[in-house]
Design a protein around this ligand. Structure first.
Ligand code: 5GP
Ligand code: ZN
Length: 114
């Protein structure tokens, strides 16, 4: 997608502080962190929202979670705990319409979320 900011990050056209990359996904630090560690895990391929997953994307979504857990381990808060979030569409708080899994860690999380 030409005008998608996360496609541009995936292509290397916009800089981001990457913490992990493989053939399917990139993980990079959020520009406006909501926790001491706030990382976004995105597929390299453009998928707009969770609603747009195809039947062949289920392993990809599982992989995104495994990558988030790996980053949590690398950042040192896997055992104490952390949060992963997909926001979906406007009421879910989604502002960038390229699928991304938030990884938030390094502070206590609260429930219910805002
Ligand atoms: P959403 O609200 O869609 O669930 O989350 C989008 C996230 O992307 C926000 O936390 C926002 O701070 C982050 N973000 C938006 N634009 C950029 C960018 O250009 N670079 C990085 N690293 N993060 C971004
Ligand atoms: Zn995109």
């Amino acid at each position: 997608m030409d005008d998608c900011i996360f496609c541009k990050i995936a292509a290397g056209d916009i800089p981001a502080e990457k913490v992990f990359e493989d053939g399917q996904v990139i993980a990079f630090r959020d520009l406006n962190p909501q926790a001491p560690t706030h990382v976004l895990v995105i597929p390299k391929r453009h998928i707009a929202t969770l609603n747009d997953l195809g039947p062949d994307d289920e392993a990809l979504v599982g992989h995104m979670h495994a990558v988030a857990a790996g980053v949590a381990k690398a950042e040192g808060f896997a055992d104490i705990g952390y949060r992963t979030v997909f926001n979906c569409n406007e009421a879910g708080g989604q502002t960038v319409f390229h699928l991304h899994l938030h990884l938030l860690g390094g502070r206590a999380m609260h429930w219910p979320p805002g």
